[in-house]
Design a protein around this ligand. Structure first.
Ligand code: PGA
Length: 262
């Protein structure tokens, strides 16, 4: 796991968007796994800027949404389908047929989840998976005690997550408790995982994810077993990391090994 510590939210978004751009340059048909929530918003904003400036083209990019609320139509303003349309897809030249999303009201839930996994396989797997993290260490909507090998399926949100999500809903509006989410096993097959975290509220989750034991009680911690994770955190989110100065040193001296081989 590469821990990249940046000053603030803007800086983590610059870093994450820059990584997506570099990966797209290597593969214009990039398969991008898209997280929602407040954290990746700035990344999508930057991808739109790249597109407008002619630095990035989405005509061959394929995407897979990470999760969805059960019970919400795609047109519901809080659905993740709507979020991705509003915050990225409607503003770049991605082809509709290249956008994959979990449905909030599938007729056959298990069949839909199986088909989603199959679609990821057919696309050749996810190249870059963007992730946020919950205060309880969830990744996607894989709440604590999720199977570390889980695939796309129904999950029940914890009360804490329901409360965190409530800020996005109108006063008195019902906040969904059931969701569909890619599983931890699904996420672990992505070639590169870019996890972002900002703010003091995520300090404990980040400490447990990076430096705690691998445990289903903190789903993010399983990323320690993934060969290619970039965890991009701001000063606030990284404040409790015991090895913070070491991570900083590693990042600042990246690529300097060659000097010692000369
Ligand atoms: P947030 O959510 O980006 O809105 O903080 C992250 C998450 O719950 O995974």
């Amino acid at each position: 796991m590469e821990v990249i510590i940046k000053a603030d939210y803007d800086a983590i978004c610059d870093e994450a968007a820059g990584i997506v751009l570099e990966e797209w340059k290597k593969k214009p048909g990039l398969v991008l796994g898209c997280a929602t929530g407040s954290t990746p918003l700035g990344v999508y904003g930057r991808l739109i800027e790249f597109y407008r400036k002619g630095e990035m083209d989405f005509s061959h990019v394929r995407t897979f949404n990470l999760d969805e609320y059960i019970g919400l139509e795609e047109s519901h303003p809080q659905s993740y389908a709507f979020y991705m349309d509003t915050n990225l897809f409607s503003q770049v030249n991605i082809k509709r047929e290249n956008i994959h999303r979990l449905k909030g009201k599938p007729r056959d839930i298990d069949g839909h989840c199986r088909e989603y996994e199959e679609a990821i396989r057919r696309a050749g797997g996810i190249d870059v998976q963007l992730l946020g993290i919950g205060r309880n260490g969830h990744v996607g909507f894989n709440e604590p005690t999720s199977s570390l090998r889980s695939r796309t399926r129904v999950k029940t949100l914890t009360e804490a997550t329901v409360q965190d999500n409530a800020r996005c809903f109108l006063e008195g509006e019902m906040v969904p408790r059931f969701v569909l989410t890619m599983g931890i096993g699904t996420l672990m097959e992505a070639r590169l995982i870019v996890l972002m975290s900002s703010g003091v509220k995520k300090q404990d989750a980040i400490r447990a994810t990076v430096e705690g034991p691998v445990t289903a009680s903190v789903p993010g911690s399983v990323l320690q077993l993934h060969p290619s994770v970039k965890l991009i955190v701001d000063e606030e989110s990284s404040a409790l990391l015991a090895q913070k100065e070491y991570y900083r040193y590693v990042y600042e001296h990246k690529g300097r090994v060659g000097e010692y081989l000369a």
